[in-house]
Design a protein around this ligand. Structure first.
Ligand SMILES: C[C@](O)(CO)[C@H](O)COP(=O)(O)OP(=O)(O)OC[C@H]1O[C@@H](n2ccc(N)nc2=O)[C@H](O)[C@@H]1O
Ligand SMILES: Nc1ncnc2c1ncn2[C@@H]1O[C@H](COP(=O)(O)OP(=O)(O)OP(=O)(O)O)[C@@H](O)[C@H]1O
Length: 300
């Protein structure tokens, strides 16, 4: 086999509840991930050396040195297997870079699955998931996709049963936001307000909405504790969210650490109308529609 291609979805967080800052610099979360139909492709080609190339959406913003998460994933898998494997990784990006939709994590998950196949290692999913968690808090979810609750720093997953398909509009902003900076801003806002940080709890109305496929109830239950921090760092996002509400989104929130905003629609037609209306106001760089849940990293 000389080449293997894997497709990996983006995510939105339908609940992101952030607990107190831990001693290791992470926060305990209740993180309800939902995989949506925007996909990066990671192709692994036989090679003597480790290298990566990136094309597509904002490819010029993605590093092609050892800081690339897909290269880190290939290296970690080779180390686990105890061999000095090489691979040429070719990434085709559709997921916005530094957009709060787990783009780098998707590429890391894609590289793990693709290299496991290309190199004929045959490592079981459980072992791949452990390597994934070491690479980043969002990487395990990118492996499995669907809808799942992440606890701990978001890496301890339990899959959720959902019904039907949810339709989304994504409003992509100009430029990204650093995840670490957004968490730091969240801590700063909390410290300044003197607020006692509660232990994060799963939202029962949110779980019920997912279980029954009730988009209207899900729209009411969407929550993101990082949203005030993202809005503080990027004031223009308030107008983006406002446009969604104005044009009848069932719910609007910043996706993860932002700056992408996600809007829930009633159905595919409503999503298309909403995407066009929001784009027409000029409050974001571009809009697209997507549906979820979709599966995780998969060979194509
Ligand atoms: C915002 C989310 O995307 C929501 O799914 C994730 O929580 C972030 O996941 P990620 O990008 O995979 O993040 P990581 O690479 O693990 O961590 C980047 C930085 O984000 C902060 N971080 C991340 C996860 C977490 N539970 N608490 C944190 O405080 C830490 O400062 C960390 O140094
Ligand atoms: N393969 C990759 N694709 C995109 N960014 C990468 C990749 N590897 C490393 N990076 C770096 O990671 C940073 C964050 O990018 P990424 O697209 O993962 O952010 P994000 O979607 O906001 O992440 P998350 O939602 O997991 O917090 C980028 O600014 C880039 O420098």
């Amino acid at each position: 086999m000389s080449s293997v291609t894997v497709r990996v979805p983006a995510k939105v967080n339908v609940q992101l509840s952030v607990g107190p800052l831990r001693d290791d610099g992470y926060h305990d979360l209740v993180n309800v991930f939902h995989a949506v139909s925007i996909f990066d492709e990671v192709e692994a080609r036989e090679s003597e050396r480790l290298s990566v190339r990136v094309s597509g959406e904002s490819a010029e913003l993605v590093p092609v040195d050892d800081s690339n998460l897909a290269i880190q994933a290939a290296r970690a898998l080779a180390k686990h297997a105890g061999r000095a494997y090489g691979v040429d990784l070719v990434i085709r990006k559709a997921i916005p870079v530094a957009g709060g939709m787990a783009g780098g994590s998707a590429d890391a998950a894609g590289a793990l699955v693709a290299c496991n196949e290309l190199w004929g290692i045959g490592l079981p999913l459980d072992d791949l998931m452990e390597i994934a968690a070491d690479l980043g808090s969002d990487v395990p979810f990118s492996m499995i996709g669907g809808t799942a609750i992440g606890t701990g720093r978001g890496e301890q997953l339990s899959e959720l049963e959902t019904n039907g398909t949810f339709h989304w509009v994504l409003a992509v902003a100009d430029g990204g936001l650093s995840t670490a900076t957004v968490y730091r801003e969240c801590d700063r806002i909390r410290e300044a307000s003197g607020e006692q940080v509660a232990w994060p709890q799963v939202s029962e109305p949110l779980l019920a909405a997912l279980r029954t496929g009730d988009a209207r109830a899900l729209g009411d239950a969407l929550v993101n504790d990082l949203q005030p921090a993202a809005l503080m760092l990027r004031h223009s996002l308030a107008r983006t969210l406002e446009a969604g509400r104005e044009f009848g989104a069932l719910g609007s929130l910043v996706s993860g650490s932002g700056p992408t905003c996600a809007f829930l629609a009633a159905d595919a037609e409503h999503a298309a109308d909403l995407a066009a209306a929001i784009a027409g106001t000029g409050v974001c760089r571009s809009t697209s529609t997507a549906y979820g849940p979709v599966g995780g990293a998969q060979l194509v």
